[in-house]
Design a protein around this ligand. Sequence first.
Ligand SMILES: Cc1cc2nc3c(=O)[nH]c(=O)nc-3n(C[C@H](O)[C@H](O)[C@H](O)COP(=O)(O)OP(=O)(O)OC[C@H]3O[C@@H](n4cnc5c(N)ncnc54)[C@H](O)[C@@H]3O)c2cc1C
Ligand code: FES
Length: 272
Amino acid sequence: MKKNIYQPVKAVIEEIIEESSTIKTFRLKPEGDFSFSTGQFIELTVPGVGEAPFTPSSDPGVKGSLDLTIMNAGEVTSKLHSLRKGDAVGLRGPYGKGYPLDTFKGKDILIVGGGVGLAPLRSLLFSLFSKINNYNKVVLRYGARSPKDIVYKTSLPDWAKMERVDVLVSVDIGEPAWQGNVGLVTTILGNAPIDFTNAVGIVCGPPIMMKFVTLKLLDIGFKPPDIYLSMEKSMSCGLGKCGHCRLGKYYACKDGPVFTYEQLKDIQGIWD
Ligand SMILES: Cc1cc2nc3c(=O)[nH]c(=O)nc-3n(C[C@H](O)[C@H](O)[C@H](O)COP(=O)(O)OP(=O)(O)OC[C@H]3O[C@@H](n4cnc5c(N)ncnc54)[C@H](O)[C@@H]3O)c2cc1C
Ligand code: FES
Protein backbone atom coordinates (compact mmCIF):
# COMPACT_ATOMS: atom_id res chain seq x y z
CA MET A 1 0.00 0.00 0.00
CA LYS A 2 1.24 3.54 -0.80
CA LYS A 3 2.58 5.41 2.25
CA ASN A 4 0.46 8.40 3.34
CA ILE A 5 2.96 11.27 3.44
CA TYR A 6 0.68 13.27 5.75
CA GLN A 7 0.44 10.50 8.37
CA PRO A 8 2.14 11.60 11.60
CA VAL A 9 4.03 9.25 13.91
CA LYS A 10 3.00 9.11 17.54
CA ALA A 11 5.21 10.95 20.04
CA VAL A 12 4.79 10.91 23.82
CA ILE A 13 5.50 13.97 25.98
CA GLU A 14 8.33 12.91 28.30
CA GLU A 15 8.97 16.22 30.01
CA ILE A 16 7.64 19.79 30.05
CA ILE A 17 9.85 22.73 31.02
CA GLU A 18 8.21 26.11 31.75
CA GLU A 19 10.46 28.69 30.11
CA SER A 20 8.17 31.69 30.74
CA SER A 21 4.46 32.41 31.28
CA THR A 22 3.79 31.85 27.55
CA ILE A 23 6.59 29.49 26.44
CA LYS A 24 7.18 25.83 27.29
CA THR A 25 9.74 23.29 26.10
CA PHE A 26 8.23 19.87 25.34
CA ARG A 27 10.58 16.87 25.31
CA LEU A 28 9.01 14.29 22.98
CA LYS A 29 9.80 10.65 22.44
CA PRO A 30 8.69 9.69 18.92
CA GLU A 31 7.92 6.12 17.92
CA GLY A 32 10.61 4.56 15.71
CA ASP A 33 13.66 6.32 14.36
CA PHE A 34 13.38 10.06 14.07
CA SER A 35 16.23 12.37 13.18
CA PHE A 36 16.61 15.92 11.87
CA SER A 37 19.31 18.38 10.85
CA THR A 38 19.60 21.62 12.78
CA GLY A 39 17.24 24.25 11.30
CA GLN A 40 14.82 21.77 9.72
CA PHE A 41 11.21 21.85 10.98
CA ILE A 42 8.46 19.36 11.76
CA GLU A 43 4.65 19.49 11.65
CA LEU A 44 3.20 18.75 15.09
CA THR A 45 -0.34 17.38 15.43
CA VAL A 46 -2.33 18.07 18.57
CA PRO A 47 -5.13 15.47 18.45
CA GLY A 48 -8.58 16.94 17.89
CA VAL A 49 -7.25 20.43 17.13
CA GLY A 50 -4.86 20.45 14.19
CA GLU A 51 -1.21 20.81 13.29
CA ALA A 52 1.40 23.54 13.20
CA PRO A 53 5.08 23.83 12.19
CA PHE A 54 7.91 24.05 14.74
CA THR A 55 11.70 23.82 14.58
CA PRO A 56 13.28 21.45 17.12
CA SER A 57 15.32 23.27 19.77
CA SER A 58 17.37 20.25 20.84
CA ASP A 59 20.72 18.83 19.78
CA PRO A 60 20.23 16.83 16.54
CA GLY A 61 22.99 14.53 17.81
CA VAL A 62 20.74 13.28 20.65
CA LYS A 63 18.80 10.30 19.34
CA GLY A 64 15.46 9.01 20.65
CA SER A 65 13.96 12.33 21.74
CA LEU A 66 13.58 15.90 20.58
CA ASP A 67 12.66 19.20 22.22
CA LEU A 68 10.22 21.76 20.86
CA THR A 69 10.11 25.19 22.54
CA ILE A 70 6.68 26.59 21.83
CA MET A 71 4.93 29.87 22.49
CA ASN A 72 1.22 29.79 23.26
CA ALA A 73 -0.01 31.74 20.23
CA GLY A 74 -3.40 30.34 19.23
CA GLU A 75 -5.55 27.26 18.79
CA VAL A 76 -3.01 24.46 18.38
CA THR A 77 -0.44 25.87 20.76
CA SER A 78 -2.91 26.68 23.57
CA LYS A 79 -4.22 23.12 23.53
CA LEU A 80 -0.64 21.85 23.47
CA HIS A 81 0.18 24.01 26.50
CA SER A 82 -2.67 22.29 28.40
CA LEU A 83 -1.25 18.79 27.77
CA ARG A 84 0.64 16.85 30.47
CA LYS A 85 3.58 14.46 30.69
CA GLY A 86 2.53 11.10 29.17
CA ASP A 87 0.06 12.63 26.68
CA ALA A 88 0.57 11.84 23.00
CA VAL A 89 0.91 14.13 19.99
CA GLY A 90 1.81 13.45 16.34
CA LEU A 91 4.89 14.40 14.33
CA ARG A 92 5.67 14.42 10.64
CA GLY A 93 8.84 15.51 8.96
CA PRO A 94 11.54 16.67 9.23
CA TYR A 95 11.11 19.12 6.37
CA GLY A 96 13.11 21.78 4.62
CA LYS A 97 16.76 22.71 4.53
CA GLY A 98 18.63 23.41 7.73
CA TYR A 99 21.73 25.47 8.45
CA PRO A 100 24.71 24.79 6.11
CA LEU A 101 27.22 24.04 8.88
CA ASP A 102 30.05 23.31 6.41
CA THR A 103 29.79 26.88 5.07
CA PHE A 104 30.30 28.22 8.60
CA LYS A 105 33.63 26.42 9.16
CA GLY A 106 36.57 28.70 10.04
CA LYS A 107 34.30 31.72 10.52
CA ASP A 108 33.08 33.98 13.30
CA ILE A 109 29.42 33.20 13.81
CA LEU A 110 27.10 35.91 15.07
CA ILE A 111 23.78 34.44 16.17
CA VAL A 112 20.94 36.87 16.87
CA GLY A 113 17.73 35.64 18.47
CA GLY A 114 14.53 37.37 19.50
CA GLY A 115 11.95 35.88 21.89
CA VAL A 116 11.01 32.29 21.13
CA GLY A 117 13.20 32.62 18.00
CA LEU A 118 16.04 31.35 20.22
CA ALA A 119 14.48 27.86 19.87
CA PRO A 120 15.93 26.84 16.47
CA LEU A 121 19.09 28.73 17.37
CA ARG A 122 19.56 26.59 20.50
CA SER A 123 19.62 23.52 18.26
CA LEU A 124 22.18 25.30 16.06
CA LEU A 125 24.25 26.25 19.12
CA PHE A 126 24.36 22.61 20.27
CA SER A 127 25.57 21.58 16.79
CA LEU A 128 28.26 24.27 16.81
CA PHE A 129 29.33 23.47 20.39
CA SER A 130 29.80 19.79 19.52
CA LYS A 131 32.52 20.74 16.97
CA ILE A 132 33.52 24.12 18.36
CA ASN A 133 37.09 23.88 17.01
CA ASN A 134 35.65 24.06 13.49
CA TYR A 135 34.64 27.68 14.10
CA ASN A 136 36.63 30.77 15.10
CA LYS A 137 34.08 32.10 17.52
CA VAL A 138 30.37 31.85 18.35
CA VAL A 139 28.78 35.11 19.48
CA LEU A 140 25.16 35.00 20.70
CA ARG A 141 23.09 38.13 21.05
CA TYR A 142 19.61 37.51 22.43
CA GLY A 143 16.74 39.91 22.99
CA ALA A 144 13.62 39.26 25.07
CA ARG A 145 10.74 41.52 26.02
CA SER A 146 11.52 41.45 29.76
CA PRO A 147 13.68 39.35 32.13
CA LYS A 148 10.68 37.07 32.75
CA ASP A 149 10.39 36.34 29.01
CA ILE A 150 13.96 35.05 28.63
CA VAL A 151 14.04 31.39 27.55
CA TYR A 152 16.75 28.87 28.57
CA LYS A 153 17.49 31.02 31.64
CA THR A 154 19.73 28.42 33.26
CA SER A 155 21.63 27.49 30.06
CA LEU A 156 22.57 31.02 28.93
CA PRO A 157 25.11 31.61 31.78
CA ASP A 158 26.67 28.17 31.14
CA TRP A 159 27.05 28.89 27.43
CA ALA A 160 28.67 32.25 28.28
CA LYS A 161 31.44 30.41 30.19
CA MET A 162 32.42 28.23 27.23
CA GLU A 163 35.63 28.81 25.34
CA ARG A 164 35.22 30.64 21.99
CA VAL A 165 31.65 31.55 22.99
CA ASP A 166 30.41 35.04 23.85
CA VAL A 167 26.86 35.66 25.08
CA LEU A 168 24.98 38.89 25.72
CA VAL A 169 21.30 39.27 26.52
CA SER A 170 19.21 42.42 26.33
CA VAL A 171 15.64 43.09 27.41
CA ASP A 172 13.26 45.69 25.99
CA ILE A 173 11.91 46.55 29.44
CA GLY A 174 14.08 46.13 32.54
CA GLU A 175 13.17 45.31 36.13
CA PRO A 176 14.83 46.53 39.37
CA ALA A 177 16.73 43.22 39.79
CA TRP A 178 17.91 43.11 36.15
CA GLN A 179 21.63 43.97 35.92
CA GLY A 180 21.99 43.41 32.20
CA ASN A 181 21.46 45.46 29.08
CA VAL A 182 18.15 47.22 28.42
CA GLY A 183 17.21 48.01 24.82
CA LEU A 184 16.28 46.28 21.58
CA VAL A 185 18.64 43.52 20.47
CA THR A 186 19.92 45.78 17.66
CA THR A 187 21.56 47.96 20.35
CA ILE A 188 23.99 45.16 21.31
CA LEU A 189 25.12 44.21 17.80
CA GLY A 190 27.44 47.08 16.87
CA ASN A 191 30.23 46.15 19.29
CA ALA A 192 30.01 42.35 18.92
CA PRO A 193 33.61 41.04 19.06
CA ILE A 194 33.78 39.55 15.58
CA ASP A 195 35.74 39.98 12.38
CA PHE A 196 32.99 41.11 10.02
CA THR A 197 35.15 40.28 6.99
CA ASN A 198 35.08 36.58 7.89
CA ALA A 199 31.72 36.12 9.59
CA VAL A 200 28.19 34.93 9.10
CA GLY A 201 25.13 36.39 10.82
CA ILE A 202 22.28 34.06 11.68
CA VAL A 203 18.94 35.53 12.71
CA CYS A 204 15.66 34.15 14.03
CA GLY A 205 12.81 36.01 15.71
CA PRO A 206 9.61 37.91 15.00
CA PRO A 207 9.48 39.44 11.46
CA ILE A 208 9.94 43.02 12.66
CA MET A 209 13.03 42.02 14.68
CA MET A 210 14.45 40.06 11.72
CA LYS A 211 13.99 43.11 9.50
CA PHE A 212 15.79 45.55 11.80
CA VAL A 213 18.55 43.08 12.71
CA THR A 214 19.18 42.43 9.00
CA LEU A 215 19.39 46.19 8.31
CA LYS A 216 21.80 46.58 11.24
CA LEU A 217 23.99 43.69 10.04
CA LEU A 218 24.18 45.25 6.56
CA ASP A 219 25.02 48.57 8.19
CA ILE A 220 27.93 47.09 10.16
CA GLY A 221 29.43 45.40 7.14
CA PHE A 222 27.79 42.03 6.56
CA LYS A 223 27.11 41.09 2.93
CA PRO A 224 23.67 39.67 1.93
CA PRO A 225 25.06 36.15 1.17
CA ASP A 226 26.47 35.98 4.74
CA ILE A 227 23.17 36.71 6.51
CA TYR A 228 21.02 33.63 7.24
CA LEU A 229 17.35 34.10 8.09
CA SER A 230 14.96 31.48 9.43
CA MET A 231 11.68 32.36 7.69
CA GLU A 232 8.72 31.21 9.76
CA LYS A 233 6.13 31.81 7.02
CA SER A 234 2.63 30.45 7.50
CA MET A 235 2.71 26.82 6.33
CA SER A 236 0.29 23.99 5.71
CA CYS A 237 1.52 20.87 3.89
CA GLY A 238 5.22 21.39 4.64
CA LEU A 239 5.97 19.48 1.46
CA GLY A 240 6.06 22.06 -1.31
CA LYS A 241 2.57 21.12 -2.54
CA CYS A 242 -0.04 23.61 -1.23
CA GLY A 243 1.69 26.95 -1.97
CA HIS A 244 0.82 28.48 1.44
CA CYS A 245 4.42 29.40 2.21
CA ARG A 246 5.33 31.00 -1.10
CA LEU A 247 8.20 33.51 -0.96
CA GLY A 248 8.75 34.85 -4.47
CA LYS A 249 10.06 31.93 -6.50
CA TYR A 250 10.64 29.86 -3.34
CA TYR A 251 8.54 27.68 -1.07
CA ALA A 252 9.68 28.37 2.50
CA CYS A 253 8.90 24.77 3.52
CA LYS A 254 11.00 23.16 0.79
CA ASP A 255 13.66 25.71 -0.20
CA GLY A 256 13.96 27.05 3.39
CA PRO A 257 13.07 27.70 6.12
CA VAL A 258 16.70 28.90 6.27
CA PHE A 259 17.54 31.37 3.48
CA THR A 260 20.34 33.84 2.91
CA TYR A 261 19.31 37.47 2.64
CA GLU A 262 20.86 37.36 -0.84
CA GLN A 263 18.12 34.91 -1.85
CA LEU A 264 15.32 37.05 -0.40
CA LYS A 265 16.41 40.66 -0.73
CA ASP A 266 14.49 41.41 -3.95
CA ILE A 267 11.25 39.69 -2.87
CA GLN A 268 8.43 41.98 -1.77
CA GLY A 269 6.79 41.49 1.63
CA ILE A 270 9.38 39.14 3.15
CA TRP A 271 8.89 40.68 6.61
CA ASP A 272 5.06 40.53 6.57
C1 LIG B 1 9.21 26.66 10.03
C2 LIG B 1 8.54 27.20 11.25
C3 LIG B 1 9.11 26.97 12.49
C4 LIG B 1 8.50 27.46 13.65
N1 LIG B 1 9.09 27.19 14.85
C5 LIG B 1 8.50 27.61 15.97
C6 LIG B 1 9.07 27.30 17.25
O1 LIG B 1 10.10 26.63 17.35
N2 LIG B 1 8.42 27.73 18.34
C7 LIG B 1 7.25 28.47 18.27
O2 LIG B 1 6.71 28.84 19.32
N3 LIG B 1 6.71 28.80 17.09
C8 LIG B 1 7.29 28.38 15.94
N4 LIG B 1 6.71 28.67 14.73
C9 LIG B 1 5.44 29.44 14.70
C10 LIG B 1 4.30 28.48 14.96
O3 LIG B 1 4.17 27.60 13.86
C11 LIG B 1 2.98 29.26 15.14
O4 LIG B 1 3.06 30.01 16.34
C12 LIG B 1 1.84 28.30 15.23
O5 LIG B 1 1.57 27.80 13.92
C13 LIG B 1 0.60 28.95 15.79
O6 LIG B 1 -0.43 27.97 15.70
P1 LIG B 1 -1.75 28.12 16.55
O7 LIG B 1 -2.77 27.19 15.95
O8 LIG B 1 -1.47 27.95 18.00
O9 LIG B 1 -2.16 29.61 16.32
P2 LIG B 1 -3.28 30.15 15.31
O10 LIG B 1 -4.60 30.01 16.00
O11 LIG B 1 -3.11 29.55 13.95
O12 LIG B 1 -2.83 31.66 15.15
C14 LIG B 1 -2.46 32.49 16.20
C15 LIG B 1 -1.78 33.72 15.64
O13 LIG B 1 -0.48 33.38 15.15
C16 LIG B 1 -0.38 33.68 13.78
N5 LIG B 1 0.34 32.60 13.13
C17 LIG B 1 -0.10 31.38 12.80
N6 LIG B 1 0.86 30.67 12.19
C18 LIG B 1 1.97 31.45 12.17
C19 LIG B 1 3.28 31.30 11.67
N7 LIG B 1 3.70 30.21 11.08
N8 LIG B 1 4.12 32.32 11.85
C20 LIG B 1 3.73 33.46 12.43
N9 LIG B 1 2.50 33.67 12.90
C21 LIG B 1 1.63 32.69 12.77
C22 LIG B 1 -1.77 33.83 13.26
O14 LIG B 1 -1.82 34.74 12.19
C23 LIG B 1 -2.50 34.36 14.49
O15 LIG B 1 -2.36 35.72 14.63
C24 LIG B 1 7.30 28.21 13.56
C25 LIG B 1 6.74 28.45 12.31
C26 LIG B 1 7.33 27.95 11.17
C27 LIG B 1 6.71 28.19 9.84
S1 FES C 1 3.56 24.61 3.22
FE1 FES C 1 2.63 23.79 1.44
S2 FES C 1 3.96 24.44 -0.14
FE2 FES C 1 4.97 25.06 1.68
